[in-house]
Ligand binder design. Structure first.
Ligand SMILES: [Zn+2]
Length: 154
């Protein structure tokens, strides 16, 4: 997934991108994590992207995400919403791994460690759930390399 100004998702199965019936499979940014929450650009309320995307963080808190994520107290609250969205993905797909790229992922272990801890809290009744959440090795460039890989396959 990309965690940046917005949230993008992609599901890879057997080396292929899973697109779904109408090619929006993996559009995880618009999973509802807070029914009745603030309105998203898509018109729905409380979307994963609306609660966790960098564009909205800056709008809601008046400071850029890169600055907000340097505050452990802020991160502690942020990972609750982030884990709500990821938990929905984990329970639906049982992925082997979740790879997160994009600007917000640059916060590194200051974000990933509390995120994994929060996921373990939220999935506590499902003790066997795999929680393998890692930063994208390609960082900000992961989207570009992903697009290149798609073009080269088609
Ligand atoms: Zn939305």
């Amino acid at each position: 997934m990309t965690l940046s100004t917005g949230i993008g998702g992609g599901i890879v199965q057997n080396g292929q991108v899973w697109r779904g019936a109408d090619s929006y499979g993996g559009e995880i940014g618009h999973l509802t994590i807070h029914p009745g929450g603030p309105e998203c650009l898509c018109g729905a309320r409380g979307c994963f992207e609306r609660m966790c995307g960098g564009l909205w963080l800056e709008r809601d808190y008046g400071r850029p995400a890169s600055e907000l994520l340097q505050n452990p107290e802020f991160v502690g609250g942020y990972v609750v919403d982030l884990a709500l969205g990821l938990k929905a993905c984990i329970m639906l797909l049982n992925p082997a791994r979740i790879v997160i790229g994009g600007g917000i992922a640059k916060a590194g272990e200051a974000l990933f460690q509390p995120l994994r801890e929060e996921l373990r809290k939220q999935i506590t009744s499902w003790s066997r759930a795999r929680i393998d959440v890692v930063p994208a090795a390609l960082g900000d460039d992961s989207v570009l390399y992903g697009a290149l890989a798609l073009v080269e396959r088609n």
